[in-house]
Design a protein. Structure first.
Length: 404
């Protein structure tokens, strides 16, 4: 068995998020976990309930737990696909680690609502709001009614705010066992892995590997990352009082404010007055989009968006890591979440080395399931990685759509 020096040390980052500037982050306590992985790290992209594909992928990478191989899921093991319980059960049996993705987060909220007896009420509200939204989009006088992007958050009624969990989230929650729910709830938002020493070239001469579902805000300590953003983010905007906001950035900020408020309502025993206060708080933060620019500003901490407007977070992260002189202080990020853009593991550009690797290759849309296999080089000098994919096993045609 390799010495401790050659083993990976895997630690769940466990602390309550603190407020940063004027942004109201919400804490999510994560379970403390220390795991030694003397073999390879096998990091798997978004599975979304596709059990046969997962089994086939693990067979293709020659997964061997007895040799010390460690599986890590980037989140979204569940939902959208045919066998969420089967995927979770296999992950549990294999002793895998996983990240909480946005789908797990919504399903866990749905499970809480079921336990409280609120599920029927919330599903009925979802149906009512969907019906009303359909009517608003009806053609009037031969033209589609314009969408409202300049929405006043302070004027939204809590009753008209869409529930955080969708109808399919409630279905998934009802199909998972209590043991599976508990396992999902115990998984962290951020997994931090101390890398083996010995590599001489980037990115594997970095000191740390981070695994998240959506992304991370550069320059911001892990303790201060917004839980909602870690699961959902794609873009970044920057405070700039001189800028004129664009409509896409305004819409992205408003969408994020409503989504965060919906999550707050789902995870707190919130009254309508509490929700109203929350909406007002976020209205003040996003300021209807005024004072936010998508143009990167050196040294300025970005504000995360679920949309791809502004500065793509992975570009910002790569710039930041390349600017750090000491390789030991650099961090690689492996993530999922962005099926529409697809797998992001390409070669470095001549100017900027890659420190971000995206593994969501659209299995949920009938494309492929991806694993990143990290192991020691044949000469024993440092680490290397390979990308392994299998095609989705198609029983029915899966409609492609927006990233989940």
């Amino acid at each position: 068995m390799p010495s401790h020096e050659n083993e990976y040390e895997i630690n769940t980052h466990s602390s309550t998020a603190r407020s940063h500037a004027d942004f109201p982050w919400y804490p999510l306590q994560t379970r403390i976990q220390d795991v030694i992985a003397p073999g390879r790290l096998i990091i798997v992209g978004d599975v979304h309930g596709h059990l046969p594909e997962l089994k086939k992928l693990l067979e293709k990478v020659s997964y061997n737990r007895s040799n010390g191989d460690k599986i890590i899921f980037v989140g979204d093991l569940i939902n959208k696909g045919p066998d969420s319980p089967g995927v979770v059960q296999l992950a549990m049996e294999l002793g895998a680690s996983a990240i909480r993705g946005n789908n797990e987060d919504r399903v866990l909220a749905a499970h809480s609502a079921i336990k409280r007896g609120d599920d029927t009420k919330l599903v009925e509200r979802l149906k009512r709001l969907a019906l009303e939204a359909g009517k608003e989009k009806e053609v009037k006088d031969g033209e589609m009614a314009p969408s409202e992007t300049k929405e006043d958050l302070k004027s939204i009624s809590p009753e008209d705010l869409k529930p955080y969990s969708s109808e399919s989230d409630f279905t998934t929650a009802a199909n998972l066992s209590d043991e599976q729910i508990s396992w999902l709830a115990s998984q962290p938002l951020i997994l931090r892995i101390k890398l083996r020493k010995g590599a001489t070239s980037p990115p594997w001469n970095s000191g740390t590997l981070l695994v998240v579902h959506g992304g991370l805000v550069p320059l911001l300590p892990l303790e201060e990352q917004d839980p909602w953003a870690v699961m959902n983010m794609r873009g970044l905007v920057y405070e700039d009082p001189e800028t004129t906001v664009t409509e896409p950035i305004r819409a992205g900020l408003l969408k994020g404010a409503k989504s965060r408020t919906r999550r707050y309502a789902a995870y707190h025993d919130a009254t309508e007055a509490d929700i109203k206060t929350e909406l007002e708080k976020w209205a003040d933060v996003v300021n209807n989009g005024e004072g936010f620019s998508g143009q990167y500003k050196e040294g300025v901490i970005g504000f995360p968006l679920e949309t791809r407007e502004g500065d793509w977070w992975i570009d910002a992260w790569n710039r930041w890591q390349n600017s750090i002189e000491d390789p030991e202080k650099r961090s690689i990020v492996v993530y999922g979440h962005d099926a529409r853009v697809g797998i992001q593991v390409g070669a470095d550009s001549p100017e900027v080395a890659r420190y971000t690797f995206g593994l969501d290759s659209g299995c949920v849309y009938g494309k492929s399931l991806t694993a990143m296999v990290i192991g020691e080089k044949d000469d024993g000098k440092g680490l290397s990685h390979s990308i392994v994919q299998i095609d989705t096993i198609k029983e029915d045609e899966v409609k492609e759509g927006e990233a989940v």
